[in-house]
Design a protein around this ligand. Sequence first.
Ligand code: GDP
Length: 147
Amino acid sequence: MGKEQTLLIVKPDAVRKNLIGEVLARLEKGGLKVVASKMVHLKEKEAEEFYAIHRERPFYRDLVNFMISGPVVISILEGEGAIAKNREIMGATNPKEAAPGTIRADFADSIDENAVHGSDGPDTARTEIAFFFTPQEICPRLKARDY
Ligand code: GDP
């Protein structure tokens, strides 16, 4: 598996509930490192493009409207198997199906407002990271002694 980078978004519901620190703390405790992070209020066009893969789905408009309903915190996480590790700590998309102790089980109210986004594979991780960050904004620790 090796060292990977993945994209994490703390969604507007979690930001509204003051959970930015809690979410990042859980991921850090899980062994992941934050190598870039910023708070932004997405524009409608950005949210539409980011979720373009879901354009034909019935929930697309609700998803876009939710993602622009308040600021989000977007981070790049790095570590061994970071993509799967992030998704494991996040829990299943539907909080009702999320394992106990996961972020979504503990903090998400519904499948529409489910607290976090995480890349689902190496290709999406690369695309999603490039969507939000320039290489200059990323401080990789792949070779650093923190590992
Ligand atoms: P994720 O990778 O776990 O975030 O899930 P997906 O990429 O499949 O879906 C993206 C986002 O769309 C999810 O996080 C949900 O917020 C939303 N979503 C996915 N499936 C549904 C659904 O069946 N109904 C609704 N309302 N929202 C959904």
